[in-house]
Structures are given as structure tokens and as C-alpha cells.
Design a protein around this ligand. Structure first.
Ligand SMILES: Nc1ncnc2c1ncn2[C@@H]1O[C@H](COP(=O)(O)OP(=O)(O)OP(=O)(O)O)[C@@H](O)[C@H]1O
Length: 563
């Protein structure tokens, strides 16, 4: 609602008063004029019109006044309402002031203050006490839990330690049993092999030189005597069985056990040979001389010889080192290692030798190592694409045992030069000539093996210097071990397969007895004696096994009793 101000109302009343006084003056003037002549009648008419205007003006003013009065009444009502509100507010304020005063009076009273502080203090200290009690209880609980935990932990430790002990014992037991069993197995296999008179063939896989043998999915080892090979992803597996397989990373010493019988056969009057065969870079020199030139097969054989000759001063051990380079035979221990030697045959004994080759007496083990090193210094090696130090010749270390003037036996250890594909090695000139000679003499060796396997009447030993010199060991009176070497690299797979095939075929060779010998009385007697040995070993191993299980039982009983 619009509220009019008091000023605007009083302005309207003032206007009305002014109008009324003007009207009175006008009436007085009119009576004066009425008293005059007719000229005054015109004037009267005008005045009459004017009066009409004034009347209408007056009636409009009256209307305004009544509106203003209404407004005034409304305003008055509003003022009254405000006044009422104000009065009630004042009343409420005074009540509030009273209350505030009362509150202030209460708070300023010291006794009242003390009471409330004490109450709060008491409540607070009570709470604090309760909290402390709770903390103490919790601490005690934690202490108990801790000691329980430590005790449990100790119990668990003792239990686990005990269990571990049992497991270790079991493991050692199993390991010993396994070692014993595999040793017996090997021994039996060796006996069967000797009985059959075969050439022993083992395979050695060198570790990858690029550290990626795990990537080679083509080669798989099955047990300790079988290897399978996939030529391509969709081809079926070829399997090769050997007398023993030496996988990569198997230390050199594992070979020694296999070598023992063949090395010791030298004292039984045999001409034996150990031949390291394989493609270039497959690890033949590593096997024969070791990485340092003194921890290979040669070093092991010499140690074995000295173990016997040291106890028998009548026995003398000698060594010769012959190199077959481009089909010429050289003596690496002679004063002129480049001189070419002739290969001759002693028709009475059947012995084959290089005429004029030095047989150096080995005074001691260290003396032997020195001699070997002096021979190796003259060996023909050179760097090729496939091997940084490739042997370009076949090397024969010939160990002989003499008793007085009598020749007892000999062992030929051959580190053959590696076969290589010229397309792979890209050799030229002198190296190409060497490669051709190497490959040709290796193929002569394969021919000899093939003739032996087929038991041909003529064995082509004389086709190469290598096979001719090895004839005593590769004949029916000889003993031989072929170590085929292969590389695990995938890009050398075809060489690997070729080498494994060569080894596999060699396994079928029977050096003795031949069919006719097998049927002879001597052959039958020999078989019988070997059979007996075989069965006596078998029965003694059964007896030993029984003894072991009995002892184990006793040990277990004793342990139980002590507890
Ligand atoms: N069993 C092994 N463990 C570790 N490294 C090996 C093993 N066999 C071979 N090697 C390494 O492989 C490389 C080639 O070996 P090695 O020279 O013996 O081959 P090779 O067959 O004699 O070759 P070549 O026919 O060309 O003379 C060498 O670096 C050698 O140290």
C-alpha cells in the first residue's frame, strides 16, 4: 500500500484555503459591478463562465481531498501498527536486558564459578583415569600377545628346521641312491658293450657361444643317452641314441668316468683310441686339451697313467705328438716340427708308426704338461669365420706304456680338425686347401667306419694318414671311443644332424668279437665269463641294496629310541 507523506497532505489543504479566499474576493467585486450599467452585463456572462470552470475545478479538488483523506487514514493505521510493534519490541528488549543482567550477576558470583570449574575438573580427571586404565590394560594385552607370538614363532622354527632336516636327509639319501644306481647302470652298460665288442660312442653338446641354447627348440635331451632333433618345425623328430650324452654346461670331469675303462685298458695290452669328432668350432680341442690346455682328456689320461706307473717303477710312460697337416705327418715334439714323416707298418706286430717320431719319456706329471704345451705351440691353427682359433690339422697324442723293453699298450687321443662347409666358412687360398684336405681325410674315416660296420673283408685304412695311423686302435684287437661334438646353435643344425648321424652309424660297429670269433671256443668262453661278471655285479648290487635298506631301518630305530 502507498503511504502518503504528511507534507503532501498539508500542501493540498493549503491550496484549498487559497482558492476559497480568492472566491470571496471575487464575490465582493461582483456586487460592485452589478450596481453599474449594462456594460456590466457582458462582464457578468464572462464571470459566469469562469464560475463554472471554478466549480468543476472545485469538485475535482474535493475528490482529491477525499482520496487524500483515505490515504491519511491508512497512513495513520500503519503508524499505529508500527507504534505497537515498537512498544512490544521495547518490552522484549527490557526483558532480555533483565535476563542478561541476571546472567551477569550469576557469572560474577565467585562461589558459583568455583563450583562449575571443580565439577569440570573432576569429570575430566575421572575420564583421564579411565583412559589410563584402559591404556594399561591394552599394554598388558599386547605384552601377552607378543610373548605368545614369539613362542609360536619359535615352535614353528623348530618344527620347520626339523622338517627341513628330514627333507635334506631324504634328499641326500635319494641322491646317493640315484648316483649309485646310475653308476651301476653305466657299469652294466659298459659290460654289455664290451661283451658286444662295440665302439663306444658318446655325444657332447657345447654351450651356446651366444647364450641362446634355450632358444634352440630343435634339440631335446631324453634321459642321459638320447637326443632328438627337428630339422624344421613341421618335420618329425629324428632320434639318436648314444652310450652317453653330455649336455651343455656339464663340467669336463663328467667325461672322465666314461674314459676310465678305455684309459686303463692300456695296461691290459690294448691299442685304444679316443677320437674327438665334429664340425669346426663344436668344442673338440676344448674336450681334448681343456680351455687352459691342461684340463682335458689328455691331462686326465696322463694322471691315470701316473697313478699306476708311480707305484711300479718298471713301467715307463712316453708321449708322441703327431700332426697331420694337408696329408703330411709332422712330429710336433721333434727338433724340426715342420719335417714330414713317413707312415710305416711293422708287418710282424701289425703296428703302424711315423718313422722317426719322438716318443718322449714323461718323468712326472708336470713334465708331461710341459711337453704337451711345447707340442701345442707348433700346432697349425688359424682364425676362420667359424672359429677364432680353428685347428687346421688333425692332432694325435700317442701315450705308450713300456715295461722294460716290452711294449705293453698304447692310447691314441685324436683331436680332429673340424669338418666345414666352404660355403659357410668362405675360406680361400691356403685355408681352402687345408679345408679340402681336412674334409677328404674325414670322409676316409667315415669309409673306414662304414666298412667296419658292414664287416667288410677290406677296410680302407690306407686311404688317409689319419686312418692308417689309427689302424691298431680301430681294428678288432683295439678299443675305441668316439666323442661326437655338436653345437647348440640353430644355424648349425644341418652340421649337427650330419654329425649325430655319423655317431649313430659308428655305434653299430663291432670291433670284437667278429661273427667267426663269436662262434669260436674262445669267443664263447669270453662271452660266458662276461656274462658271469654281469650277473655277479647284478646280484652284488641287489645284496648291497638290501644291506643299505637294513642299515637305514636300524638308523631310524636308533633315532626313535633316542627321542
Ligand atoms: N664345453 C664347453 N664349454 C665352454 N666353452 C666351450 C666348450 N666347448 C667349446 N667351447 C668354446 O667354443 C669355441 C670353439 O671350441 P673349440 O676350438 O674347442 O672347437 P673345435 O671343435 O676344436 O674347432 P676346430 O675344429 O675349428 O678346431 C671355443 O671358444 C671354446 O672355448
Amino acid at each position: 500500500m502507498e503511504i502518503y507523506s504528511v507534507d503532501s497532505l498539508s500542501g493540498s489543504l493549503h491550496q484549498l484555503e487559497t482558492f476559497l479566499s480568492e472566491w470571496t474576493k471575487y464575490i465582493e467585486n461582483f456586487s460592485l459591478v452589478n450596481n453599474s450599467s449594462s456594460a456590466n452585463q457582458l462582464c457578468l456572462k464572462e464571470e459566469n463562465d469562469h464560475l463554472k470552470v471554478c466549480q468543476s475545478l472545485f469538485s475535482s479538488r474535493v475528490l482529491v481531498i477525499s482520496i487524500e483523506q483515505d490515504k491519511l487514514a491508512c497512513l495513520q493505521r500503519s503508524i499505529d501498527f508500527q507504534k505497537e510493534q515498537y512498544a512490544s519490541l521495547l518490552d522484549y528488549n527490557s526483558k532480555l536486558e533483565q535476563l542478561v543482567e541476571q546472567k551477569e550477576a550469576t557469572c560474577s558470583n565467585p562461589s558459583c564459578k568455583r563450583v562449575s570449574t571443580e565439577t569440570v575438573d573432576n569429570a575430566f580427571s575421572m575420564l583421564l583415569g579411565r583412559q589410563k586404565e584402559l591404556i594399561k590394560l591394552w599394554r598388558e594385552d599386547i605384552q601377552v600377545l607378543r610373548s605368545n607370538f614369539a613362542a609360536s614363532l619359535q615352535k614353528i622354527h623348530i618344527y620347520l628346521f626339523h622338517q627341513l632336516g628330514i627333507l635334506v636327509e631324504k634328499f641326500q639319501d635319494q641322491q646317493a641312491q640315484w648316483m649309485k644306481c646310475s653308476q651301476e647302470n653305466r657299469q652294466l652298460r659298459r659290460y654289455i658293450q664290451e661283451w658286444k665288442g662295440n665302439l663306444r660312442v658318446v655325444a657332447r653338446i657345447r654351450p651356446s657361444l651366444f647364450g641362446n641354447e634355450c632358444n634352440n627348440t630343435a634339440l631335446r635331451f631324453i634321459g642321459d643317452d638320447m637326443i632328438t632333433c627337428h630339422q624344421s618345425l613341421d618335420s618329425s623328430a629324428m632320434s639318436f641314441t648314444f652310450d652317453q650324452i653330455f649336455p651343455p654346461h656339464l663340467p669336463q670331469d663328467f667325461l672322465y668316468e666314461e674314459l676310465q675303462p678305455i684309459v686303463s685298458s692300456i695296461f691290459d695290452g690294448f691299442h685304444s683310441c679316443i677320437v674327438a669328432y665334429g664340425p669346426t668350432g663344436s668344442g673338440k680341442t676344448f674336450t681334448v686339451f681343456g680351455p687352459d690346455g691342461k684340463s682335458g682328456v689328455v691331462e686326465f689320461a696322463i694322471r691315470m697313467l701316473f697313478a699306476v706307473t708311480d707305484n711300479d717303477p718298471s713301467l715307463v710312460a712316453t708321449i708322441s705328438m703327431l700332426e697331420i697337416y694337408n696329408e703330411t705327418v709332422r712330429d710336433l715334439l721333434s727338433e724340426d716340427p715342420m719335417a714330414s714323416l713317413e707312415v710305416r707298418e711293422d708287418t710282424t706286430t701289425g703296428d703302424v708308426f711315423a718313422k722317426g717320431a719322438v716318443g718322449m719319456e714323461m718323468a712326472s706329471y708336470s713334465d708331461a704338461l710341459r711337453i704337451i704345451q711345447s707340442g701345442l705351440d707348433f700346432r697349425s691353427t688359424s682364425a676362420t669365420l667359424l672359429n677364432i682359433s680353428s685347428s687346421r690339422s688333425h692332432l694325435l697324442c700317442i701315450l705308450k706304456i713300456r715295461g722294460g723293453n716290452e711294449h705293453i699298450g698304447s692310447l691314441y687321443i685324436a683331436d680332429l680338425a673340424g669338418s666345414e662347409r666352404v660355403t659357410h666358412s668362405h675360406v680361400q687360398g691356403e685355408r681352402l686347401d687345408e679345408t679340402k684336405h681336412i674334409n677328404r681325410s674325414l670322409s676316409c674315416l667315415a669309409d673306414v667306419f662304414s666298412a667296419l660296420r658292414n664287416q667288410q673283408a677290406h677296410i680302407p685304412y690306407r686311404n688317409s694318414r689319419l686312418t692308417f695311423l689309427l689302424r691298431p686302435a680301430l681294428s678288432k684287437a683295439g678299443k675305441a671311443m668316439l666323442i661326437v661334438h655338436v653345437s647348440p646353435e640353430e644355424h648349425e643344425l644341418s652340421e649337427t644332424i650330419q654329425t649325430l648321424r655319423f655317431g649313430q652309424r659308428a655305434r653299430d660297429i663291432e670291433l670284437r668279437p667278429t661273427k667267426s670269433q663269436g662262434n669260436s671256443l674262445f669267443g664263447q668262453l669270453e662271452r660266458l665269463s662276461l656274462k658271469r661278471q654281469y650277473f655277479s655285479i647284478d646280484s652284488s648290487s641287489i645284496f648291497l641294496r638290501r644291506q643299505i635298506s637294513l642299515l637305514r631301518q636300524q638308523l631310524a630305530d636308533e633315532r626313535r629310541r633316542r627321542k
